[in-house]
Design a protein around this ligand. Structure first.
Ligand SMILES: C[S@@+](CC[C@H](N)C(=O)[O-])C[C@H]1O[C@@H](n2cnc3c(N)ncnc32)[C@H](O)[C@@H]1O
Length: 294
């Protein structure tokens, strides 16, 4: 299949970038998150799960393995839906799968009260109108249905000052400021949907949509960064809305500044001489009402 849209291109780039060992570590971490999303959802055999922003099938296939009766794969990317459909065919689970091109904030194609579980990983960070998304999740769930999601809280990672992505850039401060300004012009931290919220906003949104009870598990870590090759660090964009660092450097630094910036940053990245700040939220909510008997 030819993957063309930016979401499909970015996800397949992540799947193939870097060395095998670091990819494997990243994959194991994501599988662990996926399992927690599904455990928190208390998915039961035969139930219908809506995987919002399904990407390359991570959550939906986990649900099918756990005995979901039907998984509705939804995403804004037709390429990713086609990818999931092909994988479902290969695995012989097409009859338990449906595919729907839809944005989280408008699930009009999905009937009200038709899902037992709405689940997702790392999708709301891309959604501007989070309120509409939570209203839609509430609408499509049956009474007693569960919402289970995972989102990174990127605000926690923002440090500014003399660090860039957790690496000390004091010695190349002027270049670092240009790089930071370049990225902040594309994704202003105070208004971009990836950065302009935290776990309290998520809890409020879930509560205001009508869910009760609600549970939040928040995990923060300040630790050594995962070791990455320079090619991965500089060559793969952190998200599909921004250019990779190598492209940004081309655009904002002259060749001398670029050489100094890379000479400074590269060994720090490759040797893990930085500080990684991460915060992730697992959130569940129940749509009040009596669950139908399975
Ligand atoms: C970081 S990927 C996560 C994919 C998948 N959930 C996983 O865990 O591997 C984000 C996904 O959200 C999708 N997406 C982005 N904006 C969306 C929106 N407004 N509504 C629904 N999906 C969206 C993208 O196409 C992409 O598949």
């Amino acid at each position: 299949m030819t993957q063309t849209d930016r979401w499909a291109t970015w996800l397949s780039g992540l799947r193939t970038c870097g060395d095998v060992a670091s990819r494997q570590r990243g994959f194991e971490r994501i599988i662990g998150w996926r399992d927690r999303i599904l455990e928190n959802a208390e998915l039961r055999a035969g139930e219908t799960l809506l995987d919002v922003g399904c990407g390359e099938r991570l959550v939906g296939f986990g649900a099918l393995e756990r005995g979901a009766g039907t998984v509705v794969f939804s995403d804004i990317s037709q390429d990713l839906l086609d990818f999931c459909k092909e994988k479902a065919r290969e695995l012989g689970v097409l009859d338990r799968s449906r595919f729907m091109r839809a944005a989280a904030e408008n699930l009009a194609q999905i009937e009200s009260e038709s899902a037992d579980v709405v689940a997702m990983r790392s999708v709301l960070i891309y959604v501007d109108d989070k309120k509409s998304a939570f209203d839609e999740f509430f609408r499509v769930l049956r009474p007693g249905g569960r919402l289970s999601l995972f989102e990174p809280i990127n605000r926690f990672a923002q440090t500014g000052g003399d660090t860039w992505l957790g690496y000390d850039v004091t010695a190349v401060g002027e270049a670092a400021r240009k790089v930071r300004s370049f990225y902040e012009a594309i994704q202003p931290p105070d208004s971009d949907p990836m950065f302009a919220f935290d776990e309290r906003d998520l809890v409020d949104l879930v509560r205001n949509a009508g869910f009760f009870p609600i549970h939040l598990q928040l995990e923060s870590a300040i630790e050594a960064p995962l070791l990455r090759s320079w090619d991965t660090f500089a060559g793969v964009p952190a998200n599909p809305r921004i250019p990779a660092l190598a492209d940004a450097l081309e655009q904002v630094l002259d060749s001398e500044e670029r050489a100094r910036f890379v000479a400074h940053l590269r060994p720090r990245v490759e040797e893990g001489r930085g500080v990684s700040r991460t915060c992730i939220a697992f959130l569940t909510g129940v749509k009040p009402g009596v669950a139908r008997s399975a």
